[in-house]
Ligand binder design. Structure first.
Ligand code: SF4
Length: 654
């Protein structure tokens, strides 16, 4: 029975899921509902919404009175909201929050008179909507070349202050090229990486699953560009089919597959994915999928001639310490020596192949007299691997491999038989680090360059780390709000505060926010590596600044003092510092009072140290409290005067 696995990120992304749910909710709440364009690229979902009463319109003028309109995840331009205000129709805004964020950015910059550059497809509804939120100059471009032409063809006066954003589904590699085109001498350019990483993650998961599968089923609308892209990603790794729903499974050849993977585009609802999985299980269980072997054909095949350089399939019959022996379907005996199985000298044939494995091989030598052919698996792997590497570069796919060795200037990862060089600057390690430290570790990387002639490639681990950091940042800013509590690790300390990792993004707790007491250095309260609970005090997304709070209001020692002490109280205190004008004494942890030099004794005092020393415990009377300015006056003299009064009173009595 074949094993069926569904890719983790298959199906709706966050924004589409939200839009569809909002649409169903609107159908429950309003008598009449229309969507401004199809809500998603999935005919099954659109049909279901229509069945439940929704209709599709192309513009606001088509709305009926009191009909509610749902704005889809791509968003709409500002003028559509104005039209809705005029018509008075209710509306549900299902614009994806990541897209709405771009609207806010371009609105703010263009309102300030800044020039906004928008990377994307000018005809895509999302980009049309972004342009529709600009209150001033903007320019849409599709490629780094087009952006370069813009700078060459326009005077600097036109774009004194620049901001740049990208369509959420813009290709990340092209985006990086575009950033290189920006004027290097302009420190005022505001760069906003607004690419949504949901698509990238889905493609990367599909890529991984299809490598482990014999067959992939990609579910999604025929016109959904992200589903078509997923199909191409899978098809280069194994036999793949693109279907819209489970009915199409009956027309497919599901035989000869032990591991079947399922993935789905961003517009495919979970119930369709579930149906596909269940239908496929039924088909596999009920049908007799055993191969109908045509013995006559097999016999003919055994007399077939074989040629040098020919690609053949071979089944492993036995494995010894130096080679694998394979049946290639002819009268020859096939040998694959260890050197043609792998480059890795630490491995034995049994580490690479097992009896029964079906291999793609290339014939390297034929000895007809002895009936022997020598074959290579490595050459096929290399060719396939290089093809994968080229595709991965084009799609920006994240690959995973083990670092084989540290070499001059970087490290080598052998991926699917291809040497990928990772320069030190792309290793993700700090400058000057020992490259050996990542040898034999698993790393995820993208391909930066390929040399088809030399069958070599250059990759980057750093690009993956940066993309992950960007995704974490994006997720953080989408949900962050003042007062929200996080648990984070203290990453570093400076004289003015502690930096805390909130999960891919750092915030700072200022030294004054660490403790209610006066401290000289953050290390008096926290240490690097500590996990602490912090809350957001202030957010400044534009400058990427997050101010955090650590000390808790309920621990405020001044509140404790207020609740427990009053003017006139006599209390013991400990001298903590001496100044020329008096001595400071601790009343409770975090609250000190001042014994002014005139309040130390009932006589004139020349030097404070003649009366008290640091560490002494003395009794004092609280004589004045100024909570607002955090000043407390305490007196030893008041107690001496009290006892003199008492002595005089006792003497008079006698
Ligand atoms: S921006 Fe990302 S999450 Fe939002 S709808 Fe587009 S793909 Fe989905």
């Amino acid at each position: 029975m074949a094993e069926i696995t569904v890719a983790e990120s298959a199906g709706f992304c966050f924004g589409v899921d939200r839009a569809v749910k909002l649409c169903y909710k609107a159908l429950e709440e309003y008598k009449a509902v229309a969507t401004l364009g199809p809500i998603i690229h999935n005919q099954n979902v659109v049909d279901d919404l229509i069945r439940k009463g929704a209709r599709i319109i192309d513009n606001i003028s088509e709305l009926h009175e009191n009909e509610c309109v749902v704005i889809r995840s791509h968003g709409v331009s500002a003028s559509v909201y104005e039209q809705l205000q005029q018509t008075g129709n209710p509306y549900v805004d299902a614009t994806c929050p990541f897209v709405a964020k771009i609207h806010r950015i371009v609105e703010k910059h263009t309102a300030n008179g800044d020039f906004v550059l928008i990377a994307g497809d000018a005809k895509h509804p999302e980009v049309e909507a972004i342009v529709g939120h600009c209150k001033g100059n903007c320019f849409v471009f599709e490629s780094a070349e087009a952006l370069n032409e813009f700078f060459q063809g326009n005077s600097r006066d036109l774009y004194k202050k620049l901001a740049i954003v990208a369509q959420t589904t813009y290709n990340i590699l092209v985006w990086r090229k575009c950033l290189e085109v920006l004027p290097k001498d302009d420190p005022n350019i505001m760069v906003y990486d607004t690419i949504c990483h949901a698509t990238q993650v889905r493609q990367s998961d599909a890529d991984k699953l299809s490598r482990k599968s014999d067959l992939m089923i990609v579910v999604g609308g025929r016109h959904s560009s992200n589903t078509v892209k997923l199909y191409h990603v899978c098809n280069r790794n194994c036999r793949s089919y693109h279907i819209e729903n489970s009915d199409e499974l009956h027309t497919l050849d599901l035989r000869n597959a032990e591991h079947i993977g399922i993935t789905a585009g961003a517009s495919t609802p979970a119930h369709i994915i579930k149906e596909v999985k269940e239908t496929m299980t039924d088909i596999i269980e009920n049908n007799n999928l055993e191969e109908d072997i045509n013995f006559a054909e097999a016999l003919d095949q055994s007399f077939r001639k074989i040629h040098n350089g020919e690609k053949v399939k071979g089944t492993v019959c036995s494995v010894n310490n130096t080679e694998a022996i394979v049946d290639v379907g002819t009268k020859h005996t096939g040998y694959v020596p260890l050197s043609e199985l792998t480059d890795d000298s630490s491995k034995k044939p049994a580490d690479i192949v097992s009896v029964g494995d079906e291999l793609d091989l290339i014939v390297t030598k034929i000895n007809d007299q002895e009936g022997i052919v020598t074959l290579s698996k490595k050459k096929v792997d290399e060719a396939k691997g290089f093809e994968e590497i080229i595709q991965a570069k084009e799609a920006g796919t994240i690959l995973e491999g083990t670092v084989n060795a540290a070499v001059k200037g970087g490290v080598i990862i052998t991926y699917a038989g291809v040497r990928v060089f990772i320069p030190a600057s792309q290793s993700g390690l700090p400058r000057g680090s020992e490259m050996d430290s990542i040898v034999k570790t698993k790393q995820r990387f993208t391909i930066l360059e390929v040399n088809e002639h030399r069958k070599r490639a250059v990759g980057s681990i750093k690009a993956v780390l940066r993309a992950e950091k960007d995704a974490a940042k994006e997720a953080f800013w989408a949900t962050a709000e003042v007062g929200k509590v996080y648990k984070g690790e203290v990453k570093s300390l400076t004289s003015y505060g502690a930096f805390v990792d909130l999960g891919g993004i750092d915030g700072m707790v200022h030294i004054s926010e660490l403790s209610w007491k006066r401290i000289k250095h953050p290390s008096e309260v926290v240490n690097v590596g500590d996990y602490i609970e912090v809350y957001i005090k202030e957010l400044d997304q534009e400058n990427n600044r997050i101010s955090l709070g650590y000390k808790k209001p309920e621990d405020n020692p001044w509140e404790k003092f207020k609740a427990n002490y009053s003017v006139g109280d006599v209390i013991p205190v400990t001298i903590v510092s001496i100044t020329p004008f008096g001595a400071f004494a601790q009343i409770i942890d975090g609250v000190d009072g001042l014994i002014h030099i005139s309040q130390l004794a009932d006589k004139r005092v020349e030097n404070v140290k003649d009366i008290v020393s640091v560490g002494d415990t003395v009794d004092v009377r609280i004589i004045d409290v100024d909570i607002e300015n955090k000043r407390i006056s305490i007196s030893m003299r008041a107690l001496l005067e009290d006892s003199e009064d008492q002595d005089e009173y006792d003497a008079d009595e006698e």
